[in-house]
Design a binder for this molecule. Structure first.
Ligand code: ADP
Length: 433
């Protein structure tokens, strides 16, 4: 069905034709009269089209729409309707963008957005206030040029989504921020920083306290151990006192082991590990196995699977302590005569040290926590207590192993099945050696 505009248009055309016919009848010039009338009709069309064109060129604002009748009026009404709908949507979008921008701008944590080239494209008020970023100066600049720290550059370049790390503020010394990376449009990244200064300082204080206390306790303890050793071998000492002296000596040895492990942990935590030496792991493993055979608990069947030419860059002493811990654990926490497989091989181009035993295994609820300081599996506690009398079983062994491997850029993976045994794997970074 035709609508009003088109009915109007059809009527106008018929009226023009009728006028042409009447004029032709009056003048006797049929063709000329008809042509003149149709030309007027066409001219009228052209004028209306020009009005429409002008309106489009001026931005097609609904309130400045020309008054048009007929088909042009209909078309114009459609365009105005669409335009009004579009304007209303645009206003809603703008309101939403303003709302999000205001929320993000006023978010309490400093936030930056960088594009795929790591150039800053957006920052919020907290980033300007707390981290000293400036819109005029820093938008378009690569983020490492503003937050100047080699570790921060590496962190952003690697840009592992969801990863986070702690860095000192680029402007204020002694202030620390935990920076988290989230994905953004077009391969960009969103960096959210959270002030963790109090936590870093508390952690530092705790570490310093543990390290200082361990240092201070070590000297008097060494003196006491010396006296206790003298008393143990002194024939003049009353026989009734001997068990007491022996017990005191065992407790002192236990404390000595604990202090040594605490000092190792705090050294690794605060200064890391020197990873520049070329470590001949195959000969190191042989040495560890030779020493392990001297343990009173040793009566195991050790199987070696060693790639003889596989060496890595690392810290000799720390790797020795980590690998020994795993081998001694396998001996101390598994029944005699069982098999222990020690392997040093490449897996997917990564050097991997693994110790696999056929002991009781560790139940799943303990696996996540077993590398925590002083965490010991309940069934292992009594055994560990007995070992502690010899300076072992401090509950710090796996915490040290994990830290050492992490300082080498690797991971410690533990898998275990109750009743079947456990496997401790140290996976290192791909090596070019
Ligand atoms: P510890 O000095 O007590 O050995 P670790 O940190 O080395 O401390 O180990 C933590 C606990 O993990 C141990 O007390 C023991 O219960 C358990 N554990 C470690 N290695 C093994 C293993 N190979 N088999 C079974 N349990 C183990």
């Amino acid at each position: 069905m035709l609508n009003r505009g088109w009915i109007y248009e059809r009527t106008l055309l018929i009226v023009s034709a009728v006028i042409g016919i009447v004029l032709g009848w009056v003048t006797g010039h049929w063709a000329l009269s008809l042509a003149i009338c149709l030309a007027v009709y066409l001219a009228w069309h052209m004028v209306r089209l020009r009005d429409l064109d002008k309106w489009f060129k001026r931005g097609a604002r609904p309130k400045h729409a020309p008054m048009l009748m007929g088909a042009h009026g209909d078309i114009l009404a459609h365009v105005v309707k669409i335009k009004k709908r579009h304007n209303s949507r645009r206003r809603t979008m703008q309101r939403m963008i303003r709302l999000f921008d205001t929320s993000a701008q006023n978010a309490p944590d400093p936030t930056l957005v960088v594009n795929a080239n790591k150039e800053i494209i957006w920052m919020n008020k907290a980033a300007r206030r707390e981290l000293g970023f400036k819109k005029k100066r820093d938008i378009g600049v690569r983020v490492h040029s503003v937050w100047r720290a080699p570790e921060f550059s590496k962190f952003v370049e690697k840009a592992k989504l969801g990863s986070s790390d702690t860095f000192e503020s680029p402007t204020q010394e002694g202030y620390f921020y935990d920076v988290r990376i989230s994905p953004y449009f077009d391969d960009g990244l969103m960096l959210t920083a959270r002030d963790v200064t109090q936590m870093v300082l508390a952690d530092r204080t705790r570490r310093d306290f543990v390290s200082n206390a361990s240092h201070e306790l070590k000297t008097p303890l060494t003196v006491m151990m010396g006296y206790l050793e003298m008393l143990e071998s002194d024939r003049g000492v009353d026989d009734g006192l001997k068990p007491l002296i022996q017990s005191a000596s065992m407790q002192a040895t236990r404390m000595h082991g604990l202090l040594n492990d605490l000092l190792s942990l705090s050294r690794i935590e605060s200064s890391g590990v020197d990873t520049t030496e070329t470590v001949m792991v195959p000969s190191m493993i042989q040495g560890i196995v030779d020493d392990a055979k001297l343990l009173p608990e040793f009566d195991h069947n050790i199987e070696l699977d060693i790639k003889k030419d596989l060496v890595i860059k690392g810290g000799y002493q720390d790797l020795l302590s980590a690998f020994s811990n795993l081998v001694y654990n396998a001996i101390l926490h598994t029944p005699k005569t069982t098999k222990i497989t020690i392997s040093w091989q490449k897996e997917d181009d990564r050097p991997v040290f693994s110790v696999k035993d056929e002991g009781k295994g560790i139940s799943e609820e303990h696996l996540d926590r077993i590398t925590e300081r002083f965490y010991r599996v309940e069934e292992g506690r009594e055994r560990s207590d007995a070992l502690a009398d010899r300076g072992r079983g401090t509950g710090l062994g796996l915490a040290i192993v994990k830290h050492v491997i992490q300082c080498h850029g690797g991971q410690l993976e533990i898998s275990s099945t109750l009743g079947e045994g456990s496997e401790f794997k140290c996976l290192f970074l791909k090596t070019k050696m």
